[in-house]
Design a protein around this ligand. Structure first.
Ligand SMILES: NC(=[NH2+])NCCC[C@H](N)C(=O)O
Ligand SMILES: [Mn+2]
Ligand SMILES: [Mn+2]
Length: 351
């Protein structure tokens, strides 16, 4: 068989950038300073408490799961006096994200898919940064969110950094930021050509301008309505990963789901994705075999009733499990070849 240089180069690249999908690292980031509502920092603990790891252990083929615990950080003395206009809690944001980046890079270098539990979405700066460093920049990003998170400190109407992570990461927007002391570890690192949005429905006008001017791949709720979720994901992946050789980063803000599906979150917006669409999206990503890192953010157990919290966390766990291979078709028994059908009790319909 003749293999041309380009093909063999691609195969080598593919080997470098995929893991075998069976090893997973869980990282908690109990961080809430990217927005104003207390409670989102308890996201990692409630998701673990309500059984994430147990649910992942049920997945067919047995994942090798390692929980790396929670990220912690300490603000260095010289940063304590720094503030940046209209960027709330700047010194926390930069210090915590640096730790997040190092942890994600480390987990990926261990040959694991990195699942980061938030925390608010400002942590996306660290997770995408760490992913790109570990995979030598060969990364594409699916930002699943009601919001575009593309403000700079000059355009944000809130000063909340959870509305800014993609603008910090984007090469195309680097000139629109002032010098950010203590942020030298993070260079604007990704081209927005390698990013696609899914689920948008609450976009600020400056964000709209950037999306249109730069031609960012943005699939909003209207597109999901028009084409259906499978086609939308295919279109998104064809745009950001046409050669099917990139490590995929999914940054999933739980507010991408409709408020009825995920009520316990800080900036929820009606008219969003169903849980079914969220699960299907992640099943498609799982089947690519190229999921590298996965953030699940903005679950806030202090918002809503106990039932709201359970519903939201359950949705989050379903989405994570789908991305790691859980199948809605059910588990087959292990000794399936030798089992006589009679082993199963006859189905009785109780009316
Ligand atoms: N990750 C989020 N939930 N972001 C919401 C951002 C809301 C608004 N666009 C802002 O910049 O403040
Ligand atoms: Mn959001
Ligand atoms: Mn977000």
């Amino acid at each position: 068989m003749r293999v041309n240089l380009r093909t063999s180069f691609q195969i080598i690249k593919r080997c470098l950038h995929t893991n075998d999908g069976s090893k997973v690292g869980i990282l908690g980031v109990p961080f809430d300073k990217g927005q104003a509502k207390k409670g989102v920092g308890n996201g990692p603990s409630i998701i673990r408490e309500l059984g994430l790891i147990e649910r992942l252990e049920e997945i067919e083929g047995k994942l090798n799961i390692k929980d790396y615990g929670d990220v912690s950080y300490e603000i260095p003395q010289d940063l304590k006096t720094h503030s940046i206009p209209n960027m709330k809690e700047y010194e926390h944001i930069t210090t915590c994200n640096h730790e997040v980046s190092k942890s994600v890079e480390n987990i990926l270098r261990d040959g694991r898919i990195c699942v980061t539990l938030g925390g608010d979405h400002s942590l996306g700066v660290g997770t995408v940064d760490g992913h790109i460093k570990a995979k030598d920049e060969n990364v594409c990003v699916l930002w699943v969110d009601a919001h575009a998170d593309l403000n700079t400190n000059k355009t944000s109407s809130t000063g909340n950094v959870h509305g800014m992570p993609l603008a910090l990461l984007a090469k195309e927007l680097s000139d629109y930021w002032p010098y950010l002391p203590g942020m030298d570890w993070q260079k604007p690192i990704i081209s927005l050509r390698n990013v696609a949005y899914i689920g948008l429905r609450s976009v600020d006008s400056y964000e709209r301008l950037v999306i249109d001017k730069l031609g960012i791949n943005a699939f909003g709720m209207e597109d999901i309505e028009n084409y259906g979720i499978s086609t939308v994901i295919d279109m998104a992946l064809n745009r950001i990963d046409p050669d099917k050789d990139k490590s995929i980063h999914v940054s999933f803000d739980i507010d991408a789901l409709d408020s009825l599906e995920a009520p316990s979150t800080g900036t929820s917006v009606r008219g969003g994705m169903t849980l079914r669409e969220g699960i299907h999206l992640m099943e498609i990503i799982y089947r690519t075999g190229r999921l590298g890192a996965f953030d699940l953010v903005e679950v806030n157990p202090s918002l809503g009733s106990e039932q709201d919290v359970k519903r939201t966390v359950d949705a989050a766990i379903h989405i994570i499990a789908a991305g790691l291979g859980h199948s809605r078709r059910g588990l087959r028994p292990k000794n399936i070849e030798t089992l006589p059908l009679q082993t199963f009790p006859p189905t009785r319909h109780v009316i």
